[in-house]
Design a protein around this ligand. Structure first.
Ligand code: FAD
Length: 441
């Protein structure tokens, strides 16, 4: 497994996250041992891989084995902010239209909505206790110009509501750097670990075999299918789905080399706030929120009174860089919510999201590799789009009508100068910080 970052980023221990602290560790999935066969082998047990596996078994009656390097949910699916929301691409609305036309842009929009509905229906239908708050999402303008941008955007989302600068306090959205907001009635917050572990349980009950501690080390064609080798076993499968997103290896499959860029995102969760503390800041809205900076901050009150605050981390996972990430995270939190300066951080952690060279996700066949598929590249918003993308990949692999939007159907390009992706990222961060302004660097 040839990976892009320093070893600590791939430490197989559970990160000490609020999610792991608040959700009992389930019985571990056993490692693959010896030889096995399957109709489909899925690499990666996050939202995408598990949703695909569940769909293949329940809808198409296939025999599916999921191979996971650590345990289900160990990747980004067990570490994220729990925003089940719109997103999935780093292209602007105009950029999407330029690439796939107005019809393709509408199809991508419909995909994002269908994805949120699909996750909601899944957790409700299977009694997974993961919902954490009211529907909707608030985008808070970080400048007057950004508020003008939100005003222009308001028309594109039915039911969207503009909140002027003078109305923020009445909505419980006060903060020193907020210049107005746009609230959309779409999406909902969830407990990401409860969702991914519930998904794994439901998939196993349906017949999916999940093998934990089973990193796929080699993947090679065998007969009219594929052979996957793990430290203690091997699986021969007719088809394979690569669902490794930000935890992908450059050489698995080799086609992926240089086409994806894992990017670290970090989260801190405070101790529970008192009602007086919430009022002192004036930020009391339970609706999940993000600001409009290009390097955005995302935040929300958790049901138990704690406050979650997330932002991008640096371009290195070395211990010194991660210490700097924690320092900067706390600094931005205090700058945006000064009344909570004295409120201690209780847990903090980081994980990888995944960009692609095309700035859009990919759900489809790996070119020139019959039977090999990929579903990845959710660009920091994979709770809904990743889950649904996995289901669409399953339909495609089963030969059914999948309805994959054009934006997700084109294999990602390689990044220019792939060897320098992290250097490029550091430069992009510098430029974005300068553009975003106002917060300490
Ligand atoms: C800090 C953070 C905050 C985020 N916040 C949000 C949010 O609020 N809302 C949102 O929509 N999205 C958010 N995201 C993004 C979202 O979590 C991801 O897009 C999503 O979880 C990706 O799911 P996945 O199944 O594609 O990949 P992952 O969940 O990352 O799973 C990939 C799995 O593949 C396994 N794997 C890798 N290589 C191998 C191999 N060779 N063999 C076997 N297994 C392998 C890994 O161990 C891993 O478990 C956030 C991400 C992070 C890190």
């Amino acid at each position: 497994m040839k990976r892009l970052y320093e070893a600590p980023a791939y430490d197989t221990a559970w990160p000490d996250s609020h999610w792991r602290r608040s959700q009992p560790v389930p019985a571990p999935s056993p490692a693959l041992s010896g030889s096995a066969t399957a109709d489909v082998a899925v690499i990666g047990a996050g939202y995408a891989g598990l949703s695909a596996a569940h769909e293949l078994v329940t809808r198409f009656g296939m025999d599916v084995a999921v191979l996971e390097a650590v345990q289900p949910g160990w990747g980004a699916s067990g570490r994220n902010g729990g925003f089940c929301c719109l997103g999935g691409s780093k292209l602007s609305d105009k950029g999407i239209e330029r690439r796939v036309g107005p019809e393709g842009a509408r199809a991508f929009r419909a995909y994002q909505h269908a994805a949120i509905e699909s996750v909601g229906a899944f957790i409700d239908g299977h009694g997974i206790d993961a919902r954490q708050g009211p529907e909707g999402e608030t985008y808070l303008a970080h400048s007057a110009a950004a508020f003008a941008g939100l005003r222009a955007e308001a028309a594109s989302e039915p039911g969207a509501r503009l909140i002027g600068p003078g109305e923020l306090a009445g909505e419980g959205l006060s903060g020193p750097g907020f210049h107005g907001a746009l609230q959309v009635p779409v999406g909902f917050p969830l407990h990401p670990m409860a969702y991914v572990e519930g998904l794994a349980r439901v998939a196993m009950e349906a017949g999916v075999r999940i093998y934990g501690n089973s990193p796929v080390l080699h993947l090679a064609p065998k007969g009219d299918g594929w052979q996957l080798t793990t430290p203690e076993g091997e699986v021969t499968a007719k088809k394979v789905l690569v669902a490794t997103n930000g935890y992908s290896s450059e050489d698995l499959p080799r086609w992926l080399a240089g086409r994806s860029l894992p990017v670290l995102s970090s989260i801190l969760v405070t101790r529970p706030l008192t009602e007086d503390e919430r009022q002192a800041q004036g930020f009391t809205s339970k609706v999940m929120a993000a600001d409009t900076r290009s390097l955005l901050h995302y935040f929300r009150h958790l049901p138990d009174g704690r406050f979650l605050f997330g932002m991008r981390a640096g371009s290195s996972a070395a211990p010194k860089a991660m210490a700097e990430t924690r320092r900067r995270g706390r600094q931005h939190f205090e700058a945006m919510f000064p009344a909570w300066k004295g409120v201690a951080t209780e847990s903090e952690w980081a994980g990888f999201v995944c960009l692609t060279g095309s700035l859009a996700p990919y759900v489809g066949q790996v070119p020139q590799a019959p039977g090999l598929y990929a579903a990845l590249g959710w660009h920091g918003s994979g709770v809904a789009p990743g889950s649904y993308g996995g289901r669409l990949a399953a339909r495609l692999m089963a030969g059914a009508e999948a309805g994959i939007p054009a934006l997700l159907s084109t294999p990602p390009r390689r990044f220019p100068l792939p060897a320098f992706r992290r250097t490029g990222l550091a430069l992009a961060y510098l430029a974005a910080d300068l553009r975003d302004g106002t917060l300490p660097r």
